[in-house]
Design a protein around this ligand. Sequence first.
Ligand SMILES: CNCCCN(C)c1ncc(F)c(N2CC(C(=O)NCc3cnc4ccccn34)C2)n1
Length: 409
Amino acid sequence: KDDSSLENIVRRFQDSMSLAKKHKFWETQPVGQFKDVGDTSLPEGPIEPPTPLSEVKQEPYNLPSPYEWTTCDMDSEETCNEVYNLLKNNYVEDDENMFRFNYSKEFLRWALRPPGYYKSWHIGVRAKTSKKLVAFITGVPARIRVRDEVVKMAEINFLCVHKKLRSKRLAPVMIKEVTRRVHLENIWQAAYTAGVVLPTPITTCQYWHRSLNPKKLIDVGFSRLGPRMTMSRTIKLYKLPDQPATPGFRKMELRDVPAVTGLLRNYLSQFVVSPDFDENDVEHWLLPTEDVVDSYLVESPKTHDITDFCSFYTLPSSILGNQNYSILKAAYSYYNVSTKTPLLQLMNDALIVAKKKDFDVFNALDVMRNESFLKELKFGPGDGQLHYYLYNYRIRNALRTSELGLVLL
Ligand SMILES: CNCCCN(C)c1ncc(F)c(N2CC(C(=O)NCc3cnc4ccccn34)C2)n1
């Protein structure tokens, strides 16, 4: 890029300004502050005590005058459509603005209605005159274990402000409003991620990508042909068998929920931060849902024990400005457990079924035990980093990515 162009100078200045304002806001919040990093005298755990519910602000925060709060009822086809279209046109893009997430309506209904969810945490902002939905932020309740403490938290996600309303300082007031509504339910901690550095990540993950349809990925600019590589050599490099290799590898069913819950709880107990799933959670988050989440397990043909489990979620991206394709079909590694089948073989079977379902790429973060298979299964490091954060909960030292057992959608 011509870095000296005035346009780039202005953009860099604006970025630095918004970054400065970002830290202005986060310095007012109960989060680990940069100045406190390394201060081992500060105890691990909640940073501020809960407030008596009577002292929690009862009325919503003030929005700039042309805008009003709205609660988005995801059960309503019309409202779900509005949320889908807002995100489809205004949510996260890659740095080169070639792709934008295109979370489907079924995915959003799944992601936002887990056991015990609160409609009041599905918060929208409308323009008073046109009633157009112009911004969105959500929370869902989750029990998250940090070392040996299980903490009720809100998982905050889908913060989106319409492109035309950026730098109107809407995000800080939306974060304060979702925090207020979470406090009203007597919950004082939260977990969230961001592609940008804020005070202060508990860990920073790297995305890895395994090509399943290399020809399309190169055509749309997601990947580039390797040096001294031809297209046919590249297609051959990423070729996968037609069927999974593991005997007893099959789709998860409702009757498997108790066994999968036991398997998953044991496996996740090794990580410093992970969800504390019960059977209701497993039924919601891991039972296969068409075009939303896929999960497979290994049932030993001899003993009929369930020994292993793998899952991935469906998150397509819109391809901005390509003649031949408009959608990138991406699968994201979710929760995987290996007790008998080597994780390498289990994940290769996951790649095989994902390719069979016509996904173009299989993405994974370097969390949990994922590093053990990434290179060998021909994943390549991505350009995106994902920083994980806890709100109002201090972790004494940042975690290694292998100590993190939490995947947010
Ligand atoms: C927990 N909430 C995370 C949701 C947001 N997630 C999934 C996300 N957050 C930051 C990223 F860096 C990222 N990446 C996946 C990797 C990737 O595929 N990069 C190319 C690409 C294709 N489509 C898009 C859309 C947006 C950004 C990059 N894109 C990088 N994913």
